[in-house]
Ligand binder design. Structure first.
Ligand SMILES: NC(=O)c1ccc[n+]([C@@H]2O[C@H](COP(=O)([O-])OP(=O)(O)OC[C@H]3O[C@@H](n4cnc5c(N)ncnc54)[C@H](O)[C@@H]3O)[C@@H](O)[C@H]2O)c1
Ligand SMILES: O=P(O)(O)OC[C@@H](O)[C@@H](O)[C@H](O)[C@H](O)CO
Length: 431
């Protein structure tokens, strides 16, 4: 295989595997994909020889494509296959879609050593490692041992500076577990930063029927996605890459503006709807954005977030307009509960930077305050259920707004006007 993927979920199959499938040199770039945790997706995909249906769902109709770029699918606990693929000189790159939480990042951005401790201990005992930083290190150790040569690691998760973030946690983990490997990683592994964008919800039973009716192929695990797709990459590929440009991928030398545009406007907007929209009884993004109150909150947030995006006003306006169409696509059933997951990992990167910038400019930003207040309400049991392994410390303090702010952004906790505004915006404060 030339590409190894970790995190065999729906997004990978709608995005990176699709870009590879439409590249003119696709045949030279077969993919071996590993699940992140449960073996189910690997079993289901292997039963179909890796082939699956991509249902591209527009506002009026679905278009079905059969994707064949995934050659082999493996369960997360197939450690031998993982090491073998990483060690093989033919393997040129590893892509990742493992969710924000899987990077085990501490609030400052480095590895959270407490959360990584069990995995470091496992490695030192000679047992298999299970965390994402641990698995990447184990694979790279094997590659060094067998002379596999330089390669690229390409994060496709919604984290700012996801390449640097991956490098940091892998190197931190390696420093604790296998320090002699650190120089080899520095010299041989290129960490590529990417901005990825394609709204891809969970598949429903009805989607399985639609796929079958359009293709005649009894696919147990089709993927639904929207027509819009973007991939912007910044970094080098020492062992080559597919011609992803054919699908519209762009290679740039400064990705910051693209990342900020997408993370703050799209993902920040999603978080607003996930917490504030679910609290108003909505289930999907399309339902929430059709509610005039949610829509007004969204515009308010976008006005504030846009001030942190270093792009021309016309470009931002066009992206906002396109987002309204994308969010409003009622045929895409993107649930607010799915987006609400792991808020403890998302609020600090999607909302706090805007809040901080606005406060520094002497403003009390009502949109950012609304997201934070709605997230606190969510931790108090309002709206979408909490599905977040990192929520514990925040949930314990959810009764006191200042304590939550102190945990998220200690520099903002002494701002009485801000804390009072968040408090007033929570459901209890509004009574
Ligand atoms: N779905 C989208 O619209 C979309 C768009 C852009 C980016 N993304 C990124 O892709 C990620 C995955 O989205 P998806 O729709 O494929 O979700 P999914 O639930 O279909 O797949 C998630 C994958 O991540 C793995 N995973 C989850 N937690 C893990 C952990 N702690 N350690 C190791 N692996 C873990 C799972 O095993 C699975 O393979 C998102 O969190 C986001 O960062 C998603
Ligand atoms: O787990 P998340 O929040 O990073 O992703 C959930 C959605 O916000 C996300 O999947 C968007 O649909 C996506 O980022 C669009 O490109």
């Amino acid at each position: 295989m030339r590409i190894v993927h970790l995190g065999l979920g729906n997004f990978f199959r709608a995005h990176q595997a699709w870009y590879t499938s439409v590249a003119p040199d696709a045949g030279d770039w077969p993919i071996a994909a590993f699940t992140g945790r449960s073996p189910l997706a690997a079993r289901q995909l292997s039963a179909q020889n890796g082939r699956y249906t991509l249902l591209v769902r527009g506002p009026e109709r679905d278009e079905a494509q059969i994707i064949g770029s995934v050659r082999d699918a493996y369960a997360a606990d197939d450690h031998q296959a993982w090491r073998d693929h990483l060690a093989a000189p033919r393997t040129a790159l590893v892509t990742l879609t493992v969710t924000e939480a899987a990077y085990l990042r501490a609030p400052g951005g480095g590895l959270d050593e407490d959360r990584a401790a069990a995995d470091v201990a496992a490695w030192l005992r000679g047992d298999p490692v299970r965390s994402v930083p641990g698995r990447l290190m184990a694979g790279l150790a094997e590659r060094r041992l067998f002379g596999g040569g330089p390669m690229a690691i390409v994060s496709c998760d919604n984290l700012p500076g996801n390449g640097e973030a991956t490098a940091r946690v892998v190197l931190d983990f390696t420093t604790l577990a296998e320090p002699a490997l650190v120089p080899w990683i520095r010299d041989n592994v290129a960490f590529v930063t990417t901005m990825v964008d394609r709204i891809t919800p969970r598949t429903t039973a009805a989607d399985v029927q639609v796929a079958m009716s359009l293709t005649g192929f009894a696919d147990a695990v089709p993927v639904v996605t929207e027509p819009y797709s973007e991939w912007v990459l910044d970094g080098v590929f020492p062992a080559g890459r597919p011609a992803w440009e054919a699908g519209g991928a762009r290679f740039v030398s400064d990705i910051t503006a693209h990342e900020q545009r997408k993370l703050l406007l799209l993902n920040g907007g999603h978080s607003l709807l996930a917490y504030a929209g679910s609290a108003r009884g909505h289930t999907t993004v399309a339902e929430a954005v059709a509610d005039p109150e949610c829509r007004a909150w969204l515009e308010q947030w976008w006005d504030e977030a846009a001030r942190c995006v270093p792009l021309a006003p016309g470009e931002i306006a066009a992206y906002r307009e396109a987002l309204l169409v994308r969010f409003g696509n009622a045929r895409i059933r993107h649930t607010l509960a799915q987006i609400a997951a792991d808020g403890s990992q998302k609020i600090p990167i999607r909302v706090i930077p805007v809040l901080r910038a606005e406060v520094a400019a002497g403003r009390l930003p009502a949109g950012a305050i609304r997201i934070l207040a709605a997230w606190i309400d969510h931790l108090r049991g309002i709206g979408a259920p909490v599905d977040d392994a990192g929520a514990g410390p925040f949930a314990e303090r959810a009764g006191n707004v200042r304590d939550v702010v102190a945990l998220l952004a200690p520099d903002l906790a002494a701002d009485d006007a801000l804390v009072a505004a968040v408090g007033r915006t929570t459901r209890e404060g509004a009574r």
